[in-house]
Design a protein around this ligand. Structure first.
Ligand code: ADP
Length: 187
């Protein structure tokens, strides 16, 4: 099964993806994690994306599509992928559909975690105070929310039209959201 966890920055996608990995043995494909790993390793790619990410802007479609493509065989071997933070643009979604179709696979479900802007902003302010992730500062977070509303939210009708979209309340506790996800996957 291939699953997309969909939602604005700080919606809790990463937290829920990690749980699904532990419980179901699927592979989490987080472009944000891959890009941060590239930055940590000091690679040329990392150098290229560092400033863009710190500002809160999206990196180019080509870069993230290539990162995902590289990892598809591994996800397939594990029985499926949880896409987290990808796709973020319609071009990325179309590329993902093409890449999966080329391997005889597809996206099965898209789970949207709905969290309102006030709650997101409060979560990020807390995370910035605790962890100091560079793009969690208030300015960059504003840019990230804008990018979500402008470039990523248009994917909702894209997946709705494919009949794959399930909307979930992402405002509850981690356990409540986990239960809602499990129900959506069982149904
Ligand atoms: P969050 O979901 O908390 O915003 P991520 O870790 O998913 O954080 O992403 C952090 C940053 O990495 C984004 O703001 C963007 O700069 C870059 N990024 C991650 N995934 C993508 C993607 N699919 N397309 C473009 N940029 C991406």
């Amino acid at each position: 099964m291939n699953l997309i966890l969909f939602g604005p920055p700080a919606a809790g996608k990463g937290t829920q993806a990690k749980r699904l990995v532990e419980e179901r043995g699927m592979v989490q494909l987080s472009t944000g994690d891959m890009l941060r790993a590239a930055i940590s390793s000091g690679s040329e790619l990392g150098e290229r994306v560092k400033g863009i990410m710190a500002r809160g802007d999206l990196v180019s479609d080509d870069i993230v599509i290539a990162l995902i493509e590289e990892r598809l065989p591994e996800a397939e071997a594990a029985g499926g992928a949880i896409f987290d933070g990808f796709p973020r643009t319609v071009a990325q979604a179309e590329a993902l559909d093409r890449m999966l179709a080329g391997r005889g696979r597809r996206i099965d479900k898209v789970l949207r975690l709905k969290v309102d802007d006030a709650a997101l902003t409060a979560r990020i302010a807390k995370r910035f105070a605790e962890q100091g992730r560079p793009d969690d500062n208030p300015d960059s977070f504003g840019v990230r929310l804008d990018a979500y509303n402008r470039n990523t939210a248009p994917l909702l009708p894209y997946y709705e039209a494919q009949g794959k979209l399930t909307e979930l309340d992402g405002m509850g506790s981690i356990d409540e959201v986990a239960r809602a996800i499990d129900e959506a996957l069982a149904g």
